[in-house]
Structures are given as C-alpha cells and as structure tokens.
Design a protein around this ligand. Structure first.
Ligand SMILES: NC(=O)c1ccc[n+]([C@@H]2O[C@H](COP(=O)([O-])OP(=O)(O)OC[C@H]3O[C@@H](n4cnc5c(N)ncnc54)[C@H](O)[C@@H]3O)[C@@H](O)[C@H]2O)c1
Ligand SMILES: O=C(O)CC[C@@H](O)C(=O)O
Length: 525
C-alpha cells in the first residue's frame, strides 16, 4: 500500500507532525500557500490540516481527488466549506475543546486590561513617563457582566467572572435553564435589555446570519455610559465602525478585540484609539492550547485515515455537539479497552457488556460502542466503524451487545466498563488533556495510563515477586517506565507494567519459570 500523505498549511504544534510521522505517513508542512498553489498541491494528499487562515473552498476540494479528511487544529470551521466537503464524502473534524480555557483566559486578559488601562499605562511607562491619575480604572467586583453565547467558552468565562464577584447575566436562546443555573448566570432574552444593564459585555457567539452586526449603533446607544466591550469570538458580530463611533463619543470606556473582518489586519477604525485594546487573533494561542489542538487533531486525522471513528467529525457524524463533547473523549479510552480485551482473550467475545457510568449514562453512547468495537477488531481491520454502524458490525461478528447505564460512577464523574465474555476492564479520562486511564482490570483496582508496550502479570501474591520481575526485565534490558499493582482479597495480584525495550519470548519464558502459576500477557496498545 502506498504511503498516505498529509498536507499541513498552517503552523501547528510539533506533536501533531511527530504523531502522524510515527504512524508512517508522509507529512508535508507548506505554509502560506496561495489558493491557487493549494489547489495545485492538494491533489496528492489524503489529509489536510489547517487552522483558521486557510480557506478550504469548493474549488480547492474539486482539486482534492484523494482527500479523505480535513482536520481543523482548533475549534471553528467557518473557513472550511463543510457542505462541499460532505458532498465529496470528505470528513471535516476539529479539536473542539482544545483551546476553550485559553480563549476564556484571554477574554479575562482583555476585560482586566480594559478595566485597568493596563496597555495605556504600559505605553506611558515605556515613553519614560510616570503618571497615575489618567489610568484610574474600574473594578470588576459587583459589576454586571453580560455574556452573549453561553457555550463552551462563554460558560468558562461565566465561572471565572463569578470568582471575581461579578453579577453575571447571559443571552443564549439555546442554553437550558439548568445550565444557566449551574453557571450562576441569569438568562435574559432581550438583547436591548441586557445592553442597558451591563457594565461589561463579552461576546462568545458564532458568526451567523442572526449574530452578524448583533451589536450595531442601536445596541451601543442602549448601553450604559462607560461600558467595556470584549469580543474574542468572531469578527462581524460587533459592528466595528459603530464601536469606533461610540468609543470616540466616550460612551464605550474601552474595548478588547481579538478578531477582525480582514485578517491579517493592520488598519481598522479602532486602531486610532489607545483605549481599544487590540490583539491579533491570539485568544487561542498558548503553548498548552496549541499542543492540545495538535495532539488531538493528529489522533482524529489518523482515525479518519484508518477508517476508524472520528469522534469530532462535524459533517459525517450522527451525534449532536454536546454529545460529542461529553462522550467523544471516551472514544479513545474505549478503543484502548477493546484492544486490551482482545489481547487478553485472544478471540472475539460472544457477549460484550458495556456499562456507561456517571454523566455518560445520560448520553448517547453509540460512540463508546463504536470505540470498543474498533479496539476489539483493530487486529483484523474491517473498514470504518462509526457510531452509526457499530451495532451492525458487532452483530456481523457474532457479538451480542449488552448495554447498561449506571448513573453512579463511584469516585469518577464518568467511566466506562466493558466485559468481554467475563474479562473486565474499566477506564475513565483524566485532566484537561483527557488522557485515557484504566481504573479496573479483571476485577483488580488499578490506576494506569498504558503506554505502547506493556506486560500484564497475574499470580498468587508472595513477598519478593516484584523484585523477581524487576530483575528479569532488567537483565533482558527492558526498562520499566510505570508499574501498578492491584491485589485481590483472594490473595492474588495483578501487575501492569509499562515497558520500553523488546519483550522477547525468552523473557516471557523466564518469567513463567520464576513465578509459579503465572498468567502473563504481552500487550501492544
Ligand atoms: N479568538 C479565538 O482565537 C477563538 C478561539 C476559540 C473560539 N473562538 C470563537 O469563540 C466563539 C465561541 O466558541 P465556543 O467554543 O464557546 O462555541 P460554542 O458553540 O460552544 O458556543 C456558542 C454559543 O452561542 C450560542 N448561540 C448561537 N447563536 C446564538 C444567538 N443568535 N444568540 C445567542 N446565543 C447564540 C449557542 O447556543 C452556543 O451556546 C466562536 O465564535 C468561536 O469561533 C475564537
Ligand atoms: O487557529 C487559531 O489560532 C484560531 C483559533 C480560533 O479562532 C478557533 O476558532 O479555534
């Protein structure tokens, strides 16, 4: 089979390039391609990875004869013609939670910079001056912040605003009263009414026909004198010309703007105002967010190219975004569990029991079933397994699915447990990176992030056994990177060891000879 080729047209984290190269793909980074040059180059490629500056139009897609997937290393896909991609069976996927914390924090950087004249005071100091009174600011404490769009980023901004002691009101017709209550936000329907009561306004909306110029002269006229307006969402939602007029009139105290109608943007109606704090679309630009976006998009592009489920596919997925957000990160955990089960059991199970625990129990879990099936079948590649066809694929392989929803996930917000003909494994995802970790295996409680190569040992527990394992692995030049031991009341122990170095058949023989009654598995994950 010929080597698959991935074209990257914008700067993304090295981890993405390294991950894709390690999968055996040819990865070409070609920055600043003109639309014509991109159309000429794209024909050869199986995958395209972009950020926000590459316009992937229908014309480009017409030239993309081999393209199977477009990965957006970030959130918004408004630079990609999704309809044209869908017509051509090209998956479009993104990394929807990779930069949300970063964007929420940048929003606060702007809110605070506006409130406290940070940039103007800094410029004055750099000009050799020492002035204080002109930079008298305002507090956030006990002020009203109006958040437009209470989605992923708007929600994080609300939580942070509450920590500043702000009174938070929000406008989002699609936000449930329960979510608003959990965020401590009072929902208000009337945009003009909110404009009239807000000391600070922060915009976290998508740009749509409804939101285009949602803040124009009429809304600015309603606003309180001295209002601060921040937009880190999309250009065009706030009418820049109207904003400039109301800054000039002194109605708007200050504004923080990260997004511009023409990007790159070196001149705009706002540039002349020192109290317009302008940043060059960097709300998503931190090392952490870039790393996350790169790592996640590389995984998703790989999954797409190998015909696996792409949990964040935007166009070719039957799942709504809130389900993808909640359940999507568990797809890799389920794939890992499936691979573990198939390697322990050595054959396809007759019955696969799946238990979705905690928050997952309230969601559509077809993506979990697809992940498990994908892992189970990973050693006999069977084409695309998607949330839509996973149950049919299971039936085709003679696997009876038994799905249970368990609202209590014990100490985790959510976890997934799978049982393949009696062999049990459970996993959760951890931290903002949402890395999968095994929390139970074959009935033993453990807490393990598996690596590529691992050993699993089960034996009658006795003093000195760990020492024997360590010595034999060390003698064979196999390095232990992590080790977890689970013990059972019946006196047996399960040891999960992540290793680097070659685990030879000879080493496995030596372990079996040294530990009586040892059950031993070599896992490649
Ligand atoms: N500046 C940057 O670098 C950067 C980084 C990340 C995201 N963004 C942008 O930030 C915005 C928010 O991103 P997100 O991930 O939170 O998106 P999201 O989809 O999670 O949230 C958007 C929210 O807006 C609401 N909404 C839609 N139409 C509305 C309307 N007419 N009135 C009121 N509410 C409406 C939706 O119900 C949703 O809750 C997006 O525009 C995204 O493109 C910018
Ligand atoms: O790639 C970027 O930095 C832009 C990110 C941002 O606009 C997004 O929507 O994710």
């Amino acid at each position: 089979m010929s080597q698959k080729k991935v074209l990257v047209t914008e700067k993304i984290a090295d981890v993405a390039l390294e991950t894709l190269e390690a999968k055996g793909y040819q990865v070409d980074v070609n920055l600043d391609l003109s639309p014509q040059a991109l159309a000429e180059a794209i024909a050869d490629y199986d995958a395209l990875i972009v950020r926000s500056a590459t316009n992937v139009t229908a014309d480009i897609l017409d030239a993309a004869q081999n393209l199977k997937i477009i990965g957006r290393a970030g959130v918004t896909v408004d630079n990609i013609d999704i309809e044209a991609a869908t017509e051509r069976d090209i998956i479009v996927c993104n990394a929807p939670v990779s930069n949300i914390v970063t964007a929420a924090e940048h929003t606060f950087a702007l809110l605070l910079a506006c409130a406290r004249n940070v940039c103007q005071a800094n410029a004055s100091m750099h000009a050799g001056q020492w002035e204080r009174a002109p930079f008298t600011g305002v507090e956030l404490y006990e002020k009203t912040l109006a958040i437009f769009g209470l989605g992923r980023i708007g929600g994080l901004v609300a939580e942070r605003a509450r920590a500043f002691g702000m009174n938070v009101v929000g406008h989002d017709p699609y936000c449930s009263p329960e979510r608003a209550q959990a965020l401590g936000v009072t929902l208000l329907e009337d945009v003009d009414e909110i404009c009239a009561i807000a000391d600070f306004i922060s915009v976290h909306l998508p740009l749509t026909e409804d939101t285009h110029h949602m803040f124009g002269p009429q809304q600015f006229a309603q606003m309180k004198d001295g209002v601060i307006v921040v937009n880190t969402a999309r250009p065009g939602i706030v009418d820049q010309k109207a904003l400039a007029d109301f800054l000039a009139a002194g109605k708007v105290r200050s504004c923080g703007i990260d997004v511009f109608e023409e990007e790159p943007c070196t001149m705009s109606p706002l540039h002349e105002f020192p109290n317009a704090i302008l940043t060059p679309h960097i709300a998503a630009v931190t090392y952490e967010a870039q790393h996350r976006a790169g790592a996640q998009i590389a995984e998703y592009v790989w999954e797409g190219l190998e015909g696996s489920i792409v949990p964040t596919a935007i166009n070719i997925s039957p799942l709504p975004p809130d389900v993808v957000d909640l359940v999507g990160p568990y797809a890799p955990a389920c794939q890992m569990m499936g691979r573990i089960l198939t390697q322990i059991n050595g054959e396809m199970p007759k019955v696969l029991k799946i238990e979705a625990c905690g928050l997952l129990a309230q969601s559509d879990i077809r993506v979990l079933i697809a992940g498990l099936m994908d892992g189970l079948l990973s050693y006999r590649r069977v084409g695309s397994i998607t949330p839509a066809n996973a149950e049919a694929v299971a039936a085709r392989h003679g696997i009876k699915l038994d799905v249970a929803l368990q609202p209590d996930a014990e100490e985790y917000a959510s976890s997934v447990r799978a049982m393949a003909d009696g062999t049990e494994v459970a996993a959760t995802v951890f931290g903002i990176s949402q890395a999968p970790r095994i929390v139970s295996l074959m009935g033993y409680k453990i807490d393990m992030v598996p690596s590529k190569s691992s050993l699993l040992l089960r034996y009658e527990d006795a003093p000195g056994r760990i020492g024997v394992i360590g010595t034999l692995l060390g003698n064979a030049d196999v390095n232990i990177t992590t080790m977890q031991i689970g013990v059972s009341p019946d006196g047996s122990a399960l040891v999960f060891v992540n290793v680097t170095g070659e685990v030879s058949d000879k080493l496995l023989r030596q372990l079996r000879e040294a530990i009586p009654g040892l059950d031993l598995w070599r896992l490649a994950l």
